[in-house]
Design a protein around this ligand. Structure first.
Ligand SMILES: NC(=O)c1ccc[n+]([C@@H]2O[C@H](COP(=O)([O-])OP(=O)(O)OC[C@H]3O[C@@H](n4cnc5c(N)ncnc54)[C@H](OP(=O)(O)O)[C@@H]3O)[C@@H](O)[C@H]2O)c1
Length: 609
């Protein structure tokens, strides 16, 4: 078998998922294509579908009752089916179904998908997990030196948004005596020619990283070591002599590296997220099986969106069912597959493993610090902020400002249901959870959500945006936006030769619109406090979002300051400014009004023009 067909075979969704008949429950033996598992494949196929979504959204907005909305649409569909039956008696079944499909958009959904059962379930699975918990606690006890744990952790994804916060917190956790960070070389590409100008070695990347994290004392430097590797390679691509050193020393593996891209192909995302996870798991199994190994446990970083668009029931921490409304993108789908691989490895190979599942992660609660991250929620904040700045820029010409004004009106329409509940969480809470996991071996076998208990609505985000940045965002029902307004807006922006903005708007709406619709999943929380013993309350996301807006304005200049060294320099001054302001006013910085805060920033932050 060729290498290509081997890959195609191995990453087939049918490895994890089966299609089944909704009436009989029998498995339908058909190829499952990855795109069939995404929400886009199942909607906007007919005007009536579009109308049904609009009605549901309106009911939820006016009554706040999600069940009522579903019931109304269910009754509409039942009415449609009754009509089809009557029609069938007159013109024949097949013809009637065709008419119903064309006129009413009624498709007979007599199948759905489900995850295949794990090889071990129920009491036997519970028995194995209990045993693993006991073993983990026994292993953890061996790490105690002079009454304190001495942990040696391998971290993947250390250069990423969450990884950097893990390093920062580990630097201040005395129990972590060594952190080994797996890092790959990085090519610097000339933007104009597309050629590789130079390659930054893992050692250089590591040194830069510690510098940017302000970890420069000899003790801090001594705690961190960088090893070359790649999660897509067997044994994480670690050199043999390094591997034998790690076999004798490592107590924990934290697997955090992944591809967090919402628009990559299935194959590429699978390679990073599932093959990468399989390699990390195999690496940990290897460590665990070395005779007299100090290895305690493997901690896998997943996402609470492994539950996809599960809207019927709140998504539970210890159960994963195939989402009733599919997945938003291949990122979510492959992270769910990675979670199944992790669970299987635990049950079948006896790996001591814990899974942590953060919601959508934003900057730190108190400062909004995100170390230059521009992904996910930062993208719309930065885009709106930039548009606002062009509009307000007194140096731009009249023509530029008129175009900017028009663009602002077009682009500040955002697809979101005002009442949708967004599942956000701050990066410091997530890293806090990961560090807590190192201290709680009894958590092995669990899957724990790291999410907020009070979710943020687009309405609240719009209000904060207006207060902080003075820009009004008009929220438009996502289905209407996606199917009608977006093509018009993109066309108009292109007409004004604003193709960059047109692309950005199109991309934003397609990639993130799905996270602001009314039917967002609710991720149950509880084990963060109960099992990991994290100190509540969970972060207040309105506060965190306000600080993120301020941060992205002053530190990132809405994505225009991209030099990570400059961002690091600014974040250091920013923290000092916030500390001083809170001390002087006796108030928390997020409780200081936007107007007062901006005045203070203008007076005291040296990099504010
Ligand atoms: N950000 C969120 O909102 C969010 C939410 C829930 C869960 N998560 C999960 O949290 C984890 C970290 O997310 P993040 O936001 O920190 O991601 P990120 O900023 O995109 O960082 C990804 C990290 O993975 C590394 N990486 C990717 N492919 C690699 C490979 N082949 N070999 C070695 N390293 C590789 C990257 O290294 P390079 O620097 O070399 O590229 C980088 O350090 C992921 O597992 C993600 O699924 C994130």
């Amino acid at each position: 078998m060729s290498e290509v067909s081997q890959t195609t075979l191995n990453n087939a969704p049918s490895r994890y998922i089966e299609k089944f008949d909704l009436h009989t429950g029998a498995v339908i033996d058909e190829e499952i294509k990855p795109e069939q598992l995404l929400v886009h494949a199942h909607r906007d196929f007919h005007f009536m579908d579009f109308e049904a979504r609009r009605i549901m959204s309106r009911i939820v907005r006016t009554t706040g009752d999600r069940e009522k909305a579903r019931d109304k649409v269910r009754r509409m569909r039942q009415w449609g089916y009754r009509m089809t039956d009557r029609l069938a008696r007159v013109i024949g079944k097949q013809k009637a179904e065709k008419v119903a499909k064309v006129l009413l958009g009624l498709k007979h959904h007599d199948y759905h998908y489900r995850f295949k059962s794990l090889p071990v379930t129920g009491a036997e699975a519970e028995k194995r997990i209990q045993q693993l918990r006991q073993d983990t606690q026994a292993q953890f006890a061996k790490t105690i030196v002079d009454g304190k744990p001495a942990l040696r952790v391998l971290l993947t994804g250390g250069t990423g948004f969450i990884g950097q916060e893990i390093i920062w917190q580990a630097a201040h956790d005395a129990a972590v005596v060594e952190m080994v960070i797996l890092i790959r070389p990085k090519d610097v590409i000339d933007r104009q020619t597309g050629q590789v100008v130079r390659t930054i070695s893992p050692a250089e990347r590591g040194a830069e990283l510690l510098h940017r994290l302000w970890l420069e004392t000899p003790e801090q430097q001594a705690k961190f070591r960088f090893v070359a590797g790649d999660i897509e390679q067997p044994m994480l691509g670690i050199a043999p002599d390094e591997l034998s050193r790690l076999e004798r020393t490592l107590t924990h593996v934290v697997h955090c590296a992944a591809s967090v891209s919402f628009d990559d192909t299935y194959e590429a995302t699978y390679q990073s997220n599932v093959t990468g996870t399989l390699n990390a798991l195999a690496f940990s199994v290897h460590l665990q099986n070395v005779p007299d190994s100090p290895f305690v446990e493997h901690i896998g970083i997943e996402t609470s969106y492994i539950h996809g668009r599960q809207m019927r029931e709140p998504s539970q921490e210890d159960a994963m069912v195939f989402p009733s409304n599919y997945y938003n993108n291949y990122y979510e789908l492959t992270k769910a597959m990675a979670s199944i691989e992790t669970e299987t490895c635990m049950l079948m190979q006896g790996l001591r493993v814990l899974q942590l599942c953060p919601a959508i992660v934003i900057g730190k609660l108190r400062t909004g610090d995100n170390r230059g991250d521009t992904k996910v929620v930062n993208a719309p904040i930065n885009m709106f902020g930039r548009i606002h700045e062009t509009q307000a820029d007194s140096h731009s010409s009249m023509a530029q400002r008129s175009i900017a004004g028009l663009m602002a009106r077009l682009a500040c329409v955002f697809p979101a249901d005002p009442g949708a509940q967004l599942n956000l969480i701050t990066v410091d809470w997530v890293a806090d959870g990961i560090l807590a996991a190192l201290h709680h071996p009894e958590a092995v076998g669990e899957r724990i959500h790291l999410a907020a208990d009070k979710r943020l609505t687009p309405k609240a985000m719009g209000r904060i945006f207006k207060e902080e940045l003075g820009l009004s965002i008009h929220l438009v029902e996502p289905t209407l936006f996606r199917t009608l307004l977006l093509p018009v807006f993109v066309g108009a922006l292109n007409l004004f030769r604003q193709s960059k903005q047109a692309n950005a708007l199109g991309k934003l709406a397609t990639l993130f619109g799905g996270y602001a619709e009314w039917d967002q999943p609710i991720h149950e929380v509880g084990k963060d406090l109960e099992v990991l013993k994290m100190q509540g309350p969970r972060p207040d996301m309105e506060y965190a979002f306000r600080m993120l807006c301020r941060h992205n304005l002053y530190i990132q200049h809405f994505g225009q300051v991209r030099d990570l060294n400059e961002i690091s320099r600014r974040e250091k001054l920013w923290k000092g400014f916030i500390d001083e302001l809170e001390q002087r006013t006796g108030r928390q910085v997020g409780d200081i009004s936007a107007e007062e805060f901006h005045k203070e920033a203008a007076a005291h932050l040296e990099f504010v023009e």
